[in-house]
Design a protein around this ligand. Structure first.
Ligand code: DHB
Length: 419
């Protein structure tokens, strides 16, 4: 089988690229190893920058404006007191609480409605999405086993379907949007690939709880007991996180222990307490910062988590992936228009993609690492280090410049140099 653009990975990055290519009339195929249902039920972050919301709205996916919640501020809580950052007052921009699973559902539904899978646009009803017809643009349950001619003119992949049948897909350009464990990334030759990595000595214990909201805005809190984040989902369910050891086993905790840990991290002289209720889901999220360079190898390109990962603090991962894809789509159109037979196209055009996204990628790296470092207690941290962190937080909120610097990063900087 042949196509112009082969996309490995059908998460938000792969599906947004598929949707944009469909709108530009570009022939392509998406291969995703998981089922639509599995992705839909994997909890991820919940904050969209103003620019990411604009990307979705411009792409015709406006549900976020109706079902998402606009947030004009966040709270930093330390010394047992709230310090509000007025995002909108400081930057003119807001963020939106809209879970990544909803972004995925909107994209998957739109692609189904446009006939990309599920025989005749069933609206993306669960089971239809899993059938994986041969002519479909999006193939769920499609596992890539080999990358062919990775650095060459006619890259491709071997993949197997749910029935274990093997297939070959050849394309003019191959995009790896296959997440942090990317298969495609590993086919970049070691001699050309550089990976910049930072590891953290802590992780997040994440829960979904059945309770009403405890606060109107997100609360990022740090105390002598460590970090916690009070986020939200719906009227009846909330998303909470607290700092833990990377090797923590979440099944060992009772609901009461989880609540006691959360309560002591948010406690203060103002008497703030979380509304308690049943803990419905729990998992440990590991922290890792990484950037791969280059993001192009011949006619293979990486986007989203396949190219870079950030720790969850500040929720930059999805925003970065969507920003990558918008630039990638633009560059692919230039490249595809660039001429006649695939073999004659000017591949240096593809380098524009890496050049244009690099500034945003590194800003997000800095922002996520900075927020993480400022808000978490390091295991074995000296008393000096702990007090220095508090001094930084107090200075930050006492200074309008400091608050604005944080707000600019949190809301996503607007258009970034190079884009
Ligand atoms: C959420 C996750 C984050 O990492 C964050 O910084 C803010 C919100 C969330 O899941 O709601």
């Amino acid at each position: 089988e042949r196509t112009l653009v082969g996309i490995v990975g059908g998460g938000p990055a792969g599906l947004l690229l598929s949707h944009l290519l469909h709108r530009s009339g570009v022939d392509h195929v998406v291969l995703e190893a998981r089922s639509r249902e599995e992705i839909e039920h994997t909890h991820r972050a919940g904050i969209l920058e103003a620019g990411a919301v604009q990307v979705l709205v411009d792409a015709g996916l406006g549900r976020v404006l109706r079902d998402g919640a606009r947030h004009d501020g966040i709270v930093l809580r330390f010394d047992g007191a709230d310090h509000r950052i007025d995002l909108t007052g400081l930057t003119g921009r807001s963020v939106w609480l809209y879970p990544q699973t909803d972004v995925f559902i909107d994209l998957a539904n739109q692609r189904a409605a446009d006939g990309a899978y599920g025989a005749g646009g069933s609206g993306g009803a669960g089971v239809a999405g899993d059938v994986g017809g041969a002519g479909d643009q999006i193939r769920w349950g499609a596992t890539v086993t080999h990358v062919l001619d990775g650095g060459g003119d006619r890259p491709g992949v071997l993949w197997t379907d749910r029935q274990g049948r093997a297939h070959e897909l050849r394309c003019d350009v191959l995009v790896g949007a296959d997440g942090s464990h990317s298969t495609l990334r590993h086919t970049l030759p070691e001699s050309q690939r550089r990976t910049f990595v930072h590891e953290y000595p802590y992780a997040w214990f994440g829960v979904i709880v059945e309770t009403p909201r405890s606060a109107p805005e997100l609360v990022y809190t740090t105390s002598e007991h460590g970090f916690a984040l009070i986020s939200q989902r719906t009227e009846t369910h909330q998303r909470l996180y607290f700092q833990c050891d990377p090797d923590e086993d979440p099944t060992r905790w009772t609901d009461d222990q989880i609540w006691a840990e959360l309560q002591r991290r948010v406690a203060g002289p103002d008497g703030f307490r979380l509304v308690e209720g049943p803990v419905e889901e729990r998992s440990v999220l590991r922290f890792r910062s990484s950037v791969v360079e280059p993001v192009r190898h011949g006619r293979m390109l990486l986007a989203g988590d396949a190219a870079h990962t950030v720790p969850p603090t500040g929720a930059k991962g999805l925003n970065l992936a969507l920003a990558d894809v918008v630039v990638l789509h633009d560059v692919l159109q230039t490249w595809l228009a660039g001429g006649g037979r695939a073999g004659r196209r000017d591949d240096t055009v593809l380098d524009e993609y890496g050049r244009r996204v690099a500034e945003r990628v590194w800003r997000a790296q800095h922002f996520s690492a900075w927020m993480s470092g400022m808000l978490h207690s390091h295991p074995g941290e000296t008393e000096f280090a702990a007090r220095r962190r508090l001094a930084e937080l107090r200075m930050l909120v006492a200074s309008e410049s400091g608050r604005r610097f944080l707000a600019e990063g949190y809301t996503g900087w607007g258009p970034v140099l190079g884009e």
